[in-house]
Design a binder for this molecule. Structure first.
Ligand code: MTE
Length: 314
């Protein structure tokens, strides 16, 4: 996504990265698998387990589409604070300590306060929701998230009438998130939603996936999931949620305003300036499939944007 590389990730990432490096290595270049490559294959095989979580309700929002594997979901990531290659976050996630963790809620709400993550998880029953997720780089996955509706959380905060937007902030701690030692983006990562988007029933705060707590690479211990938007809206490892009157700054828009807008609704009709958004590559599949408006969630969310020029408000 960053300026370099100029070719979208979807074009340049060889199949081996997401089909499983070990399968590729097993094929080997003429069978000659080096010791370093073997070590990497073994390291990759061990996906650390999170803590098991149970859901009170399970809902599938991805039709008959098969969820990606845990291995794919945890080894092909964007989390620039843990490195800019897709495999970096899994390798470096150990430096991120998701407990103890606090989330400050502030701004236009009745009573600003700080929640401990474990306290928060007790307040809201966890649901499993299987969502299609579409990255702006034209790849996609299907992920069984565990979390609760962001709207339930926001209503509990009792927003004032001035609250028109929700601003989210990722942890800033270069020791835990070593990518913050380099100015790839302005740190900390920030994101935002309009309040009606944030309280839409599809928007959720996720604390887990595949029946266990999130691993560092997926944004432990808590991250945003808005399945009708490009993946970069899904800010990870949140420490602050602020309700505000004005549209808040967002990281990728600050970095490249002509390429990444505030709304970031999945829209196959509006290309990224450097690549098409008409199709996407589902991780684990060959070929490409058509991208759907609002990532297939138009029936649920399109009314939020009636009257808005989606080419201008990209
Ligand atoms: N959040 C933070 N703090 N830093 C990031 O670099 N990358 C975003 C988003 N959230 C990012 C982030 C992008 S570009 C995508 S596509 C999704 O996380 C990827 O989420 P996943 O790795 O869990 O699939």
């Amino acid at each position: 996504m960053a300026r370099p590389p100029r070719i979208p990730e979807s074009e340049i990432t060889p199949e081996r990265l997401y089909l499983g490096r070990r399968d590729f290595l097993a094929l080997g270049a003429g069978g000659a698998v080096g010791a370093a490559a073997l070590t990497s294959a073994i390291a990759r095989a061990a996906t650390p387990a999170g803590t098991p979580l149970s859901a009170v309700k399970k809902q599938n929002f991805a039709g008959d589409e098969k969820p990606n594997t845990l291995d794919e979901i945890t080894h092909y990531n964007n989390f620039y604070e843990l490195g800019t290659d897709k495999e970096d976050p899994a390798v470096h996630a150990g430096s991120l300590k998701p407990r103890p963790w606090q989330i400050a809620v502030e701004g236009e709400i009745k009573k600003p306060r700080i929640f401990d993550i474990d306290e928060l998880m007790k307040l809201f029953p966890l649901e499993e929701r299987i969502y299609r997720m579409r990255c702006v780089e034209a790849w996609s996955m299907v992920i069984p998230w565990l979390g609760f509706p962001l709207g339930d959380f926001l209503r509990r905060l009792e927003p004032t009438s001035k609250a028109k937007y929700v601003a989210f902030t990722t942890l800033f701690d270069p020791a835990q998130l070593p990518g913050q030692q380099r100015a790839v983006l302005q740190w900390p990562y920030v994101e935002g939603l309009r309040i009606d988007e944030a309280t839409h029933p599809l928007a959720m705060l996720a604390v887990g996936l595949y029946g266990q707590t999130l691993l560092g690479q997926n944004g432990a211990p808590i991250r945003l999931v808005a399945p009708w938007k490009y993946g970069f809206k899904g800010i990870k490892s949140i420490v602050k949620i602020r309700l505000v009157a004005d549209q808040p700054p967002t990281s990728w828009n600050l970095s490249a305003p002509h390429e990444y807008g505030f709304y970031a609704n999945v829209n196959p009709a509006v290309d990224h300036p450097r690549w098409s958004q008409a199709k996407e590559r589902r991780i684990g599949e060959f070929g490409r499939r058509k991208t759907l408006p609002f990532n297939g969630y138009a029936d649920q969310v399109a009314s939020l944007y009636s009257g808005l020029d989606l080419a201008k408000n990209f």
